[in-house]
Ligand binder design. Structure first.
Ligand code: ADP
Ligand code: MG
Length: 704
């Protein structure tokens, strides 16, 4: 690996970008592609053939042997099936080919992907269709170099079987509604509004050799047992600390791989927990950001292997230290470069910004349950509502200046004044006095305004960011639609707009909270404000199938009722499966690793005690006796918990109704798993290290 990399030489080199298309396609074909990308519609078969051929030639030059329709089924990860470019040999020559038809559409045998009942196996057809808005790319893998064509994935009846179709639908919704708002403000230039997203990705690295000794990490991505190491994150010495050489080599390699794929990885640093790190790319258009985040996660795992490491994307690999999230930075802007979330220097006078803000307050307050649901997966259960960042209650952080503006609007102030953000004088004469940001940071807020974007901080580190962005786009589109419906009828636009802003900010101000989101006081305060508190995934999933949700998603054609029901079913089903795998892994590890190790320990100790008293009958064996008693007690507790967990699993699995089963897993199985973990973790602190069968937290987190 070269240390001297010229970013400009490699950036995007594996992407079939617009620039490559402009260079390689005949003018007419290129123009047709641009036309369809900007305005929708279909490209002709002739053009499809030309583009496919150019794409194939480009990919083959890059060493590609296969192509794939790359899609995002409801598993939350990506899927691909490779087909080579080979055609049947003609005249003993081998021809390589990619036809327009192969580019545009595929029909993978897709019966094994989760469909939530949208597709019974006897009519299992699913179709992939080319998503032109996301560029094709080549991926260099152990199995070869593969041309990846981003696609959507739909059923025979056109129902979305993936996360991308509804995402694209939600982007069309916010485009249409935000354009109506812009036109009301006299903007005639913008032709398109789209959301931009910058996802900050947190992850852990662990030594691969040690990882392979932990069945829990292998099967579930997190440790299911493990006593705290003597040192955790209490000294805050890991956060932004100097990056260790092995981790640094991984990061350098990762950056290069991401840059080749056109992913603008820019930020890298150590995170709060030992062996925890973060990578953030520069923000880009929402659908591309979703694709790129998927690719980034996959690339992180692949590159880690090269360095003898494993990249853990699980939300909570280790108990007792911070888990990992994915801060979804979101804004909406026009094709002419205007950011609708930019307050400018005088937000108090910026009516358009205030209307957009009022829409967002209304959207988040009205659909807090859906936003919470959009960040729910089994791994995130350990973060949201579980004494860790951020809380499960949705609220908005605005910062002092905007909060003050909202307060003045709500109290009908004559003229709205702006709190001076002021300057920051460090008192060091050689350091320049700097202008302060208008908002401070609030790490405890799940939805924080950070200058010219909102940062949705709830999303789990392993999850696709599609669900969160589909929800954000949809709920804000709805509020904008209602605003436009009302304001388009107004005789005096400015007066009507000011009145609407006042009305909505007053009604929805309860969602604004600038204080400490981790405190118990906030939980009580939120209850007083009647904000939903959905501590668990099983509490959040019903929000998908309320009349409110159906009206929202149905109105913009983002999800039909059956698509929503399917998603709710898949969420329960996946949750149940994940917990079941975890419980089974615990049973395995307790029976095969921990209990035998503890028995070995007691046997050895017993034997050595006999030997000692044989050699010296008056020797003091009180220490050994105490240890033997402690270990035997923990052993008995572990065995009891194990014997309770096994039949419990059988009982819970026989429940017919999926939602009920998910609740039973949550209410009964999870506590039973905790009951097993506790005595085993105690044992770890008592039993000799050389008998302990797996690497400990200290080994895993501090020896990377
Ligand atoms: P941090 O919060 O860690 O200090 P930043 O807030 O500067 O970092 O940026 C975090 C992410 O937000 C990056 O991916 C960045 O590209 C993205 N971002 C910055 N501006 C915007 C914007 N207007 N819209 C969406 N994402 C943005
Ligand atoms: Mg940030």
């Amino acid at each position: 690996m070269s240390v001297h990399v010229k970013i400009s030489d490699i950036f995007g080199s594996n992407v079939f970008s617009m620039a490559v298309m402009r260079e390689r396609l005949p003018k007419r074909a290129y123009a047709e592609i641009v036309q369809v990308m900007e305005h929708g519609g279909n490209i002709s078969m002739t053009t499809a053939d030309i583009v496919a051929n150019a794409m194939k030639d480009w990919a083959v030059e890059k060493g590609a042997t296969h192509y794939t329709h790359w899609f995002q089924p409801l598993t939350g990860v990506t899927a691909e099936k490779h087909d080579s470019f080979l055609t049947a040999p003609q005249d003993s020559r081998t021809l390589l080919q990619l036809t327009g038809k192969q580019l545009i559409m595929g029909e993978p045998d897709a019966s094994s992907f989760p469909s939530g009942g949208l597709r019974a196996t006897h009519y299992a057809r699913g179709y992939t269709a080319w998503d032109m808005t996301s560029p094709a790319f080549v991926k260099e893998m152990a199995c070869g170099t593969i041309l990846c064509i981003p696609t959507i994935f739909v059923s025979y009846n056109g129902e979305a079987l993936d996360k991308k179709t509804p995402l694209l639908r939600s982007m069309e919704a916010i485009d249409a509604q935000a354009m109506r708002i812009l036109r009301l403000f006299g903007n005639t230039e913008a032709k398109k509004v789209f959301p931009s997203v910058g996802p900050e990705q947190e992850y852990f690295l662990v030594d691969r050799e040690k990882y392979l000794q932990r069945r829990d990490l292998i099967y579930t991505g997190r440790t299911l047992f493990g006593a705290p190491a003597p040192k955790g994150q209490e000294l805050d010495d890991q956060y932004f600390g100097v990056i260790r050489p092995r981790v640094g080599a991984f990061m350098a390699d990762l950056n290069q791989e991401l840059w080749k794929l056109g992913i603008p990885a820019t930020t890298q640093h150590n995170e709060v927990a030992p062996a925890q790190h973060e990578m953030a790319p520069i923000y880009t258009m929402c659908n591309l950001a979703v694709d790129q985040n998927q690719l980034a996660m996959e690339t992180m795992k692949r590159v880690a292997t090269r360095h003898g490491l494993v990249c853990l994307l699980h939300e909570k690999p280790y108990a007792g230290v911070n888990g990992s999230g994915k801060h979804n930075n979101w804004s909406i802007g026009t094709d002419t470069g205007e950011n609708l979330l930019d307050p400018g220097d005088t937000p108090n006078e910026n009516l358009q910004f205030l209307l957009v803000l009022a829409c967002i307050m209304k959207a988040v307050d009205t659909h807090a349950d859906l936003l919470r649901c959009s960040a729910s997966n089994a791994g995130n259960e350990h973060r949201l509502g579980a004494q860790e960042a951020p809380p499960a209650i949705i609220s908005i952080f605005l910062g002092d200046q905007l909060d003050d503006v909202v307060n003045q609007i709500v109290s009908n102030a004559e003229s709205i004044k702006l709190l001076a953000s002021g300057t920051l004088d460090s008192g060091v004469s050689t350091v320049p006095v700097i202008n302060k940001d208008a908002t401070d940071r609030n790490r405890t807020s799940p939805f924080a305004f950070t200058g010219n974007k909102f940062e949705f901080r709830m999303v789990g580190s392993s999850a696709s960011i599609a669900d969160a962005n589909i929800t954000l786009n949809a709920i804000v589109a709805e509020a904008m639609c209602e605003a436009a419906d009302e304001l388009e009828q107004a005789e005096d636009f400015h007066a009507a707009c000011s009145a609407l802003i006042h009305k909505w900010m007053t009604k929805h101000q309860r969602i604004v909270f600038n204080g400490n989101g981790y405190s118990d006081a906030w939980i009580a305060e939120a209850a007083r404000r009647q904000l939903p508190n959905l501590p668990s995934l099983v509490d959040a999933v019903p929000s998908l199938t309320t009349e409110k949700a159906e009206a929202l998603f149905g109105r913009f054609g983002i999800y039909t009722k059956s698509e929503l029901e399917a998603r709710a079913e898949i969420m329960y089903e996946t949750y149940v499966k994940v917990i079941k795998i975890e419980a089974n892994t615990m049973i395995h590890m307790a029976s095969k690793h921990y209990i035998p190790a503890a028995i070995t320990f007691t046997t050895r100790l017993g034997e050595s005690m006999s030997a000692v008293s044989g050699a010296c009958p008056e020797a003091d064996l009180s220490v050994q006796r105490r240890l033997l008693k402690q270990v035997s007690e923990c052993l008995a507790d572990a065995s009891t918990a194990l014997e309770q967990l096994k039949p419990l699993m059988g009982r819970v699995d026989s429940i017919q109704d999926l939602q009920e089963m998910a609740h039973a897993y949550h209410d009964a199985v999870v506590p039973a798993m905790d009951a097993l973990r506790h005595p085993v973790d105690e044992l770890e602190l008592l039993v000799d290290k050389d008998i302990w069968p797996v690497p400990t937290y200290g080994d895993l987190m501090f020896e990377v």
